[in-house]
Write a protein that binds this ligand. Structure first.
Ligand SMILES: N[C@@H](CCC(=O)N[C@@H](CS)C(=O)NCC(=O)O)C(=O)O
Ligand code: FES
Length: 107
């Protein structure tokens, strides 16, 4: 991926405390894995930015390199990669997602 794309992702995840790179949008998810993460964040009343990687093929490939993670969704909390769907579901269940979100909101 080029330096410009990298810089724009750096800026976006720094600017938004919680970002979900997903298939579709939070209002119209286009995959069940992405939908699961949207439902979890909504259920926790977490404000988050959604980025539809299906709308930009460069970003779809670029995010895999940027995160060193091969699939979507990709959840960023406090500017750092948190995980995909399975990690987010597990962290929701064990309470660590709530802790991480609270920490990021205080930064
Ligand atoms: N086990 C994964 C499920 C997500 C997944 O398998 N995503 C696939 C299908 S939606 C994906 O993003 N493939 C790469 C691509 O479509 O570019 C997780 O925990 O996030
Ligand atoms: S789009 Fe088919 S599993 Fe996500």
């Amino acid at each position: 991926m080029g330096p410009e794309l990298r810089e724009s992702i750096d800026a976006f995840v720094a600017e938004h405390r919680v970002v979900l790179f997903m298939k579709g949008t939070k209002d119209a998810p286009r995959c069940g894995f992405s939908n699961t993460c949207v439902q979890i964040l909504n259920s926790m009343n977490v404000p988050f930015a959604d980025v539809d990687i299906l709308a930009n093929e460069d970003l779809r490939q670029g995010m895999k390199d940027y995160s060193s993670w091969p699939t979507f969704p990709q959840l960023y909390v406090g500017g750092e990669f948190f995980g995909g769907c399975d990690i987010t579901v597990d962290a929701f269940k064990d309470g660590s997602l709530k802790e991480e979100l609270e920490r990021a909101m205080l930064e």
